[in-house]
Design a protein around this ligand. Structure first.
Ligand code: ADP
Ligand code: MG
Length: 702
């Protein structure tokens, strides 16, 4: 019964009708009564505030409210049609009210010399203020309609204005929908939770979000609705994780054997940090269960994720399984291969590399050796995902820098053995905790939050273009000390050609200022063959060249400890997270490292914040929080498509505390009643199941 009324198509609401319904559906996705009630104001105006005409100024760009009388009406002919102009005064000055349509009705209904409250946006033309299509009520009507001092303002657009669906019409519809339904909103939360958190009941929350009786009740209504929204998201994510652990069987690695122990006791190149030890333990315990591990390993650049990944692979080997590591670029795969091979050789573990440039003959051999089990560890690019690549017994897949890989690719990994291998995703992009909570609620997360000892913090400096000579001078000094330099150019996605031109111009200028043979330069960009890229990279790694000019291909993972200076050209064109990633390429050796941000002389306010943040802190999590605030969650890591961020009322940046609370409460609830069987959880279960069926919000990940 309840559903029937709330699911009533919007055209049946008194005062809407079929024509307006079309607009509501198309522009606001309001199809039913329920959708209308869930259409929340985005702000509230103080209805007790009345402007005077002589207080108006062109800086006001919100709607204003005035009280006064119309003293004259005139029709002005213009090229197309005519407009109706009313001269309006409140005793302090005069202004014009203008209608381009609907004159007749207005002329017949407006009364001269009667007090009206008018409401709308103001225009300013040569010092004369006017208000097109004002919303008007007589003072008597206004007093009656004034339910509270806070007037809701709903999101609007051109189309709605054209179709005469004003803020006032939405408000009227809202009043009507409350008349027709208002006793029907059933509470979803158990009484104990409502009492514990002093939540405003559902009925009152809906009412006060649209017609706040007071600022306090509005706050409580907002809190309650935000909490509810975030709570259900958390409930879905958490229960999905629990279900996965129940249902998705995995290989249990019970043994910590010779490979691991011999490496740990005899060949570890440095003592592990406490964070590395802790995370390794989390992974070991997770893989020891008969459920598939699906874990995210987060750690700032240089935190030492690779060795943790490698030692996790040794656990797989100890249990009779193979392991693989997939990297997003060939350069990075090569580097992982070189680094891991060095460690693996010491304990007779066979590692091979497979990328797009692996020769057919070699490739065939690899395929064979993978299937007969002589290869223990396979490292490579997405070439690993090809169907031809089959393992004898794959037990662990590690994916480095995961944001480059899509969900589909991840799921391909799952199919490489009879049971899905454990999956460890390593990322150096620190994801703000709130975002991680909302996006990866169904993944387990390990964090390496400590850098290996002895690292000197990178010094970051910002230079304007006009100070370029100074920067060049600095580079020469550093090269004289034996250091190597990166110079990075931005990638403009819209135009590869332009990128290339930019980079090449930079290259020529640098070649002029740093002439051969005193200075030797490498260059790497996206349009080069991977063989040439590798050989250029190689020269730099070996120290044969002083300067590496590159586009952002070097962004991920490359490790050259002697390179201690990172120059970022047109730094204003990079996002904060990306700047931080690039900076992470230096600071890997014993020397003091520098990051220099070059920008044009004129900076937007946003850019200033980004440059300042970079110069102030090296902390990836802090950077990611600032980034989230600047860009909003939608842009970060291409999460636009993940509907999870289409929140109705909550805001991942501003409502972090509510999110944490919602998560805690969802965990408590599931601990108490995992299948939502208790009578007091039935209302909640009902909503939960509707959301689960929709499933559009939560299927973005594995
Ligand atoms: P990332 O987390 O960015 O992938 P890497 O795994 O590449 O970092 O490690 C960065 C550098 O730090 C490497 O040269 C690695 O050998 C070194 N490293 C890792 N862990 C430690 C440690 N516990 N002590 C000293 N150096 C370490
Ligand atoms: Mg790495």
């Amino acid at each position: 019964m309840q559903q029937n009324v709330l699911d009533t198509p919007i055209e049946y609401l008194k005062g809407v009708g079929p024509q307006r319904a079309v607009v509501l559906k198309k522009e606001l996705q309001i199809f039913t009564y329920k959708d209308l009630i869930n259409f929340y104001p985005y702000k509230y105006l103080d209805r007790t505030k009345y402007y005077k005409i002589n207080e108006l100024n062109s800086g006001i760009n919100a709607e204003v409210q005035l009280v006064g009388k119309i003293i004259r009406l005139k029709t002005v002919e213009q090229k197309r049609g005519s407009r109706l102009v009313a001269v309006f005064t409140d005793g302090t000055a005069e202004m014009e009210l203008i209608w381009f349509q609907g004159h007749k009705w207005i002329k017949e209904n407006l009364q001269l010399n009667t007090s009206y409250v008018i409401f709308g946006k103001i225009n300013n033309f040569n010092g004369l203020f006017s208000m097109p299509h004002p919303e008007m009520e007589t003072v008597e009507e206004h007093k009656k309609s004034l339910q509270s001092a806070l007037q809701p303002v709903y999101p609007s657009n051109e189309k709605l204005n054209q179709k005469n669906i004003s803020n006032r019409s939405i408000t009227k519809m809202m009043q009507q929908v409350f008349i027709e339904t208002h006793h029907l909103f059933k509470e979803v939360f158990p009484e104990s939770l409502i009492n514990e958190l002093r939540l405003l009941p559902k009925n009152e929350s809906f009412f006060n979000i649209h017609f706040p009786k007071s600022a306090d009740l509005l706050n409580r209504a907002q809190f309650r609705l935000k909490f509810e929204e975030l709570f259900f998201i958390q409930l879905q994510l958490l229960s999905k994780n629990l279900v996965r652990k129940h249902k998705i069987k995995g290989f249990a690695f019970n043994i910590v054997g010779d490979y691991f122990n011999s490496f740990y006791h005899d060949h570890l190149p440095f003592p592990l940090t406490n964070a590395q030890k802790r995370v390794l333990k989390e992974i070991r315990i997770d893989m020891a269960h008969e459920a598939q591990m699906n874990r995210l390993l987060q750690g700032d650049v240089g935190a030492g994720k690779t060795i943790v990944g490698f030692m996790s692979m040794l656990l797989a080997l100890d249990n009779g399984f193979q392991a693989c590591l997939m990297a997003p670029t060939e350069i990075l795969a090569n580097q992982h291969f070189a680094g891991i091979k060095e460690l693996a050789d010491k304990i007779n573990v066979k590692v091979v590399l497979l990328t797009g440039s692996t020769k057919t003959k070699e490739r065939n051999q690899i395929h064979e050796d993978l299937e007969n089990g002589t290869i223990h560890i396979l490292i490579g690019t997405h070439a690993l995902l090809e169907d031809k690549v089959q393992f004898k017994n794959l037990g662990l897949s590690i994916i480095d820098e995961q944001h480059r890989f899509g969900v589909e690719q991840r799921s391909k990994m799952w199919k490489k053995n009879s049971l899905p291998p454990h999956v460890l995703v390593m990322t150096a992009t620190p994801i703000p905790r709130t975002l991680a909570m909302s996006l990866y609620g169904d993944l387990d997360v390990s964090v390496i939050d400590e850098l290996p000892p002895g690292r000197k913090p990178i010094k970051t400096l910002h230079f304007f273009e006009s100070k370029r000579l100074q920067v060049w001078h600095f580079i020469k000094e550093e090269i004289a000390k034996g250091r190597q330099i990166y110079i990075v150019y931005p990638l403009i996605q819209e135009s590869e050609k332009l990128d290339y031109k930019n980079l090449m111009e930079g290259y020529e200028a640098i070649s002029r200022d740093f002439p051969f043979p005193e200075y030797r330069i490498s260059i790497v960009h996206g349009q080069m063959h991977s063989k040439d890229k590798d050989s250029e990279m190689d020269r730099f790694v070996k120290g044969e060249t002083h300067i590496m000019i590159a586009t952002t291909v070097i962004e991920v993972g490359v490790n050259v400890p002697n390179a201690s200076v990172m120059i970022i050209e047109s730094a204003e064109r990079f996002g904060l997270s990306q700047l931080h990633q690039l900076r992470g390429r230096v600071g890997r050796g014993a020397e003091q490292s520098f990051c220099v941000l070059m920008t044009g002389n004129k900076l937007s306010a946003d850019t200033k914040v980004r440059m300042d943040a970079m110069c102030r802190t090296n902390d990836g999590f802090e950077i990611s929080e600032i980034d989230l605030k600047l860009r909003g969650p939608g842009d970060i890591m291409g999460t636009q498509q993940s509907g999870v961020l289409n929140l109705q009322i909550a805001d991942l940046v501003k409502d972090q505390d509510i999110l944490k609370l919602a998560r805690t409460k969802a965990i408590e609830l599931l601990k108490d009643d995992i299948n939502l069987e208790k009578p007091e959880h039935q209302a909640l279960k009902y909503v939960f199941e509707i959301l689960a069926k929709k499933n559009n919000i939560w299927n973005y990940i594995s």
